[in-house]
Design a protein around this ligand. Structure first.
Ligand code: 5GP
Length: 120
């Protein structure tokens, strides 16, 4: 499948340093930062440094090193934040998944008891 990436999206601007962020950790392949509108005590966004619009785009086209590096940063976020009691990892995708920012991101949400996954 072909994916079109818009480099004017807000996370592309964060990656270029045009917009500030509260960085949790980063490596060569990915950046993790606090969500500006947290839904729980822990709400971190993990994004690849490459231009991928969505989880399926990233899974299809990112290099093996890039995908491993991304997941290694997810592990580091889990080590650095208070998610020993558990967490939810969410990647909203396109219209049906209600994705607002068209740069692939994984939400890591935890630090409190969450509700059931879907309400509608
Ligand atoms: P989506 O709906 O695309 O899965 O989630 C996008 C997330 O990005 C939302 O949770 C929103 O609060 C967050 N967000 C949007 N703009 C910014 C920003 O400028 N900085 C940060 N840190 N988070 C943002």
């Amino acid at each position: 499948m072909q994916y079109d990436y818009d480099d004017q999206n807000i996370f592309a601007k964060i990656l270029r340093g045009e917009i500030p962020n509260q960085t949790v950790c980063e490596n060569d392949h990915a950046l993790a930062f606090n969500d500006i509108n947290p839904q729980a005590p822990v709400h971190v966004l993990v994004i690849p440094k490459g231009p991928y619009v969505s989880l399926d785009h990233f899974a299809q086209d990112a290099s093996a090193d890039g995908q491993v590096g991304f997941m290694q940063l997810v592990a580091e976020v889990c080590r650095l934040t208070d998610v020993a009691g558990g967490f939810r990892a969410i990647s909203n995708t396109r219209t049906h998944g209600v994705q607002d920012v068209p740069h692939y991101h994984m939400h890591i949400i935890g630090g409190r008891q969450l509700g059931r996954m879907l309400h509608d």
